[in-house]
Design a binder for this molecule. Structure first.
Ligand SMILES: Cc1cc2nc3c(=O)[nH]c(=O)nc-3n(C[C@H](O)[C@H](O)[C@H](O)COP(=O)(O)OP(=O)(O)OC[C@H]3O[C@@H](n4cnc5c(N)ncnc54)[C@H](O)[C@@H]3O)c2cc1C
Length: 481
């Protein structure tokens, strides 16, 4: 057994007395992320204040052979920051410096505990922005965004985080500090930045990042359209893209969500609609005007109930509220919500949403849907009562059925929330044993002792030290199909 009191006092010498937490009441706050179905307490929480401190903490953890898991804001939705093997929760929320905004090269150099929206706010002075825009952006950190390869409503046009990272300082699992990427969009040799982005903190901890900034668009137009069926809404999405227009966002919510949002926020939404679509276009004034006219005539020609363009900033914000407040509104429907993340080809959106309805009925689970429709990224929200174990078991079974369906339709297991612990056992739906063993090989090349965020991504991964895997709800219920 580890002597955590001794380790804690060593770590206090590195990060200061107040930045090592070991009381149960404090540790409990770090036992899970936004995926609250599964939780496991860390043995210590450590908050380094600089790259040097982070490196020293990792070296100390290695010396004692204890696992460590990076944590940003803990908004992750796949259990990535959950310390499934105990050990140290390494929280980067003190590392929030925006070191430099370089308007000439359109880059930002930041510490990775800074929030996503703080970067765009700092860049706004130069009419620049950081394009990845997860809905959690006021809380989630750049480190968490890099680790999960976060996307957002505007992924359709601007891509995910990996398209906007130009350099990183990374503390490897043995405490070595390495620099990947030069800050230029040109990359050479092994593409370390791409490998590290989306690796969910399993290959190292990113302490600083050079981010690519983009000019703020000259013009933006946003439309809200109502549809009588999921099929007609999905068809409109496909038609717009097929016409050669790439909106910066196309977001769909279903009728259950429309009603929950309307009950909560009284936005005046049409409750009769089976689907609501938000379409946003941006670019130069000329281009936006041309696309606006084209979209308007396409919508008029399709099977829809009504559509309207936002007149000004306030109306645009109200339209977006219908989408962004959806998860909060689900609180009216159930005490617990589990936001799933799967992807299907855009052309199979309607089929996927109808199958989710069937899965909901088969497992007696209430499921509402928000969808990044443009990129086929589904977020079915499974609503349940967490104190009812049978209901939790049905929710987990339904979630695996949905993930399987996504893969069967030619899609994938995650658009942006990552694999974490949530989907590790679903990885064989998509990958062969050979595929998985190559991933394990990469993991071991970076982390031979398997101490860096153990228990994530790979099914049945080996673990580090003596801590041992802590039982998670999904493993206790042994539900993997
Ligand atoms: C209401 C809500 C809306 C959301 N909307 C979106 C959305 O639109 N798009 C989207 O992509 N996600 C969304 N998410 C999920 C979540 O916000 C993202 O995954 C986000 O990137 C996590 O950031 P975080 O700082 O909270 O990371 P955490 O949850 O703390 O950690 C996530 C993972 O990153 C690792 N990690 C954290 N920091 C580092 C680091 N510096 N170096 C290496 N690894 C690190 C952790 O070990 C863990 O595996 C949403 C979540 C909520 C609660």
């Amino acid at each position: 057994m580890h002597d955590y009191s001794l380790i804690a006092s060593n770590l206090k010498n590195i990060v200061g007395e107040n930045n090592v937490l070991k009381e149960r009441v404090d540790l409990a706050l770090y036992a899970c992320d936004g995926e609250t179905l599964d939780s496991a307490m860390p043995d210590l929480v450590v908050l380094p204040g600089s790259t040097g401190e982070l490196q020293a903490v990792v070296k100390a953890a290695r010396q004692h052979n204890i696992p460590f898991t990076a944590r940003g804001a803990g908004t992750g939705l796949s259990g990535g920051a959950t310390t499934v093997c105990g050990g140290i929760s390494l929280v980067l929320s003190r590392m929030t410096k925006i070191i430099n905004i370089d308007p000439q090269n359109q880059t930002a150099l930041v510490e990775t505990g800074v929030t996503n929206s703080a970067v765009s706010q700092a860049a706004a002075k130069f009419n620049l922005c950081f394009a990845p825009d997860p809905s959690s952006q006021t809380a989630s950190t750049i480190g968490g965004n890099i680790a999960e390869n976060a996307g957002g409503p505007h992924t359709l046009k601007y891509g995910t985080t990996t398209d906007h990272v130009l350099g990183m300082k990374v503390v490897l699992p043995d405490g070595t500090l390495v620099t990947y990427g030069t800050g230029s969009i040109c990359r050479l040799g092994f593409d370390w930045l791409s490998l590290l982005t989306g690796s969910e903190g399993t290959l190292g901890i990113v302490s600083q990042a050079t981010l690519r900034l983009l000019p703020v668009a000259e013009s933006v137009e946003t439309a809200l359209a109502y549809f009588p069926t999921l099929e007609s809404a999905a068809q409109a999405v496909s038609d717009i893209v097929a016409a050669g227009i790439i909106p910066c966002a196309m977001e769909m919510i279903d009728q259950l969500t429309i009603n929950a949002v309307e009950d909560s926020f009284k936005l005046g939404l049409n409750r009769q609609a089976q689907a609501l679509l938000i379409i946003e276009i941006d670019g130069s004034k000329l281009k936006v005007e041309r696309e606006k006219n084209k979209i308007a005539s396409m919508l008029e020609a399709c099977e829809m109930l009504s559509f309207t363009w936002a007149k000004g900033v306030h109306e645009r914000a109200q339209m977006w509220k219908a989408r962004k407040a959806a998860v909060a509104a689900y609180g009216r429907l159930a005490s617990h919500g589990y936001v799933l993340d799967g992807v299907v080809p855009r052309s199979k959106l309607a089929q996927a949403l109808n199958t989710i309805k069937t899965i909901a009925e088969e497992h007696s689970v209430l499921i509402a849907n928000v969808v990044h429709a443009g990129d086929g990224n589904l977020h079915p929200c499974l609503l349940y009562n967490g104190s009812n174990e049978q209901e939790v078991a049905r929710v987990l079974k339904a979630s695996y059925a949905i993930l399987k369906m996504c893969v069967d339709l030619g899609g994938t297991l995650s658009g942006e929330h990552g694999i974490g612990i949530e989907k590790a056992e679903a990885m064989p739906f998509l990958f062969t044993a050979d595929d998985l063993s190559v991933m394990e090989w990469v993991k071991k090349a970076f982390d031979p002792d398997l101490c860096c965020n153990p228990g994530k991504i790979l099914p049945n991964p080996a673990i580090c030290g003596e801590s041992g895997r802590r039982p998670l709800a999904r493993h206790k219920l042994s539900l993997a199909c």
